[in-house]
Design a protein around this ligand. Sequence first.
Ligand code: PHE
Length: 420
Amino acid sequence: TRPPTVNVLGTDYPTDHMTNISPTIISKLPLKLHTQPSHPLSTLRSLIESHFPTYAHLSSLSPIVTPYHNFDLLSFPADHPGRAVTDSYYVNKDLMLRTHTSAHEVEVFGRGETRWLLTADVYRRDEIDGSHYPVFHQTEGARIVSADTDGMKEIEDDNATLEAHLQRSNIVIEDVPHLSPTNPCQPAHDPKHTGLISKNLKLSLNSLILGLFGGRVGATPENPLRVRWIEANFPWTTPSFEVEVFFRGKWLEILGCGVIYQPTLDNASKYFSPGVKNKLGWAFGLGLERMAMILYSIPDIRLFWSQDPRFLSQFKQGEITTFKPYSKYPACFKDVSFWLPENMNLHDNDFCDLVRDVAGDTVEDVKMMDSFTHPKTSRKSICYRINYRSMDRSLTNDEANIMHALVISRLEDQFRVEIR
Ligand code: PHE
């Protein structure tokens, strides 16, 4: 009983067995928080852009992409888990919502851009809690230079300037080697070139991080900003890295990056003209909510979507200020326990999307409390605890009960469960 078409951003698309984009998600697509004047995500975007003044700044690409652009052109293996309908949102089998801004890399290089930033909303199916939301924002950045002495000279000069700047700052960087046996140079590259590009990538990002955090989150000589680089693995870069920032006693991952895998650039010349020849470089993708939560002290990721003037009126475009929390309204916990039909399984992400469609941003968090399979009937039983809490007002118990009853009846209709 699936409708034949689904309307997304004003266009009707045919649906099929892959369609799983939900009304809640569809309602987020037009909002583009990163372009809303004075919104913290928009300020963060513009601060990042002003740190790279000579780069092209893009922020209006459509979130609807092909799996081919989101995965295949970036050398994702055919069986990568990110492709599953439980992890990503599909309009139908041929179109999906981008899961990362890297989905546009090949296209932007194909247009001939050599230094660029791209900020956009990205979509991933996920659990529900204070730091996960199925829509978030990323800024992708990339730089490529010619793979010859001219290109390398440009990088070396830039490295010298950046290094001098960073040495004067209250930042402590835990580094990893530019190249290692577990994070190797690509066959197509000269290790000397790759070393210089890796170094330029690290210096450019350390300088960005210092520009954004330095002086704001207590970067003093006694209490310097701590940043740590770790080896990572992405199908379209090698060597690859992740960066974490130490904040309130925890290491927080804020970005992924690496030296662009040559087939990624080759794909640009294969599918777009004039293409990218004899160039190499780096790319990074950075999560804006994570950074903004730190910089503005925003405690819950749902707040970015709030229309409440007590939230929105606190911010001015271009300025980072500390969020003043208004009172938290009481939580309202409701449990639901049910038996699944025989041989059926229910993915947490399917349950969470169902709850979001009923409760919207009034759901703060969903926890699985219990799950077991009956030894005789081999039916599975699951119990979830939902925390209903509005950010804008006090919920009455009756209101929570109404939402919870709707969650239960949809569970029964859509998944044929038996409530316990
Ligand atoms: N797209 C990656 C992510 O979402 C980040 C990334 C971008 C990694 C560019 C390498 C290069 O995690």
